[in-house]
Every structure is written in C-alpha cells, then in structure tokens.
Ligand binder design. Structure first.
Ligand SMILES: [Zn+2]
Length: 153
C-alpha cells in the first residue's frame, strides 16, 4: 500500500544507500500533500501552519532527540498514491529533494549555493551519488504518462 510508511521506507532507503555521508541534524518528515499536477515534490522547513501535528505526536521522541529542533518536511504529490506510477519515479522525486537537503536548502546543513537549482547542482549531485540514470528513466516516464495520470484517464 502506498501509505506514509511506504514513503518513509523510500526516504530511509535512499538515505542509507546513497546519502549516508549526509548528516541528519533535525527531524525529517515525509508525507503526501495535495493532488498537485505540477509540483511532484517539495522540501520546506515546517512553520506553525504546516499540517504535521498528527505525525508529530508519533515522532515526538525523535524530535526531542535531535540537536536541531527545526523540522524538515518533504511533501509528495498525492497522485503518487496511485500504484500505476512505478516506484522508481517516486524514488527520483524523493532523491531530488534529498539533494536540496544535502545542499543546505530547507535543512540545518550549511548552504552551499545561492539558489537550489543553480548551475545543475542537483543533476551533479545525483550523478555523484549514482542516481542520475534513475532520474532520466523517471523523467522519461513522466513525460510519457504523467498527463494521463493527472487527468484520471
Ligand atoms: Zn528542486
């Protein structure tokens, strides 16, 4: 089932196998957002308006254990609950957001660039981490099928 736990497993798997050198100094939450057609994923630091209260209750001890009390929230378009979408596409979206975290955007890590997409820094990061081929495969899939998914046909 494509529930929140499914998202969490993808995040942990990527972190462990491709981003293990990247320290996690704060609580990182991943969840489904709205049925977003254009923005497949996003990464933000939570504020008082971020809808994570229920999730936070379960992760309270985890939050208290962090040195940094900010909370990073990765939001995934709710269309990804549709199991027609291959897992590698979802993984590519999460990996992209993890690159931003690595570069210090919406994360407590040192900011390495002025702009999160400056000079293909995400592409370079994915290449370095052996994730670029998967990203290309995902882009291809999205180009072919995404429109059909979001139009519900
Ligand atoms: Zn981005």
């Amino acid at each position: 089932m494509r529930d929140t736990e499914f998202l969490e497993n993808i995040l942990y798997d990527l972190w462990e196998n491709h981003f293990c050198d990247v320290p996690r100094h704060n609580l990182v939450i991943i969840k489904y957002g709205k049925f977003s057609k254009r923005q497949l994923g996003s990464i933000k630091i939570a504020n008082s308006k971020t809808k994570i209260k229920k999730m936070l209750k379960e992760k309270w001890n985890d939050l208290l254990a962090q040195d940094d009390k900010s909370i990073t929230v990765i939001t995934i378009s709710r269309y990804f609950q549709n199991e027609i979408i291959p897992e590698f596409v979802l993984r590519a979206v999460v990996a992209h957001e993890l690159c931003h975290y690595t570069h210090g955007f919406s994360s407590p890590l040192e900011k390495r660039f002025n702009n999160p997409h400056q000079g293909s820094v995400v592409k370079k990061e994915l290449k370095k981490r052996g994730l670029w081929e998967e990203q290309e495969k995902a882009d291809e899939w999205i180009e072919k099928h995404w429109r059909r998914i979001v139009s519900g046909k």
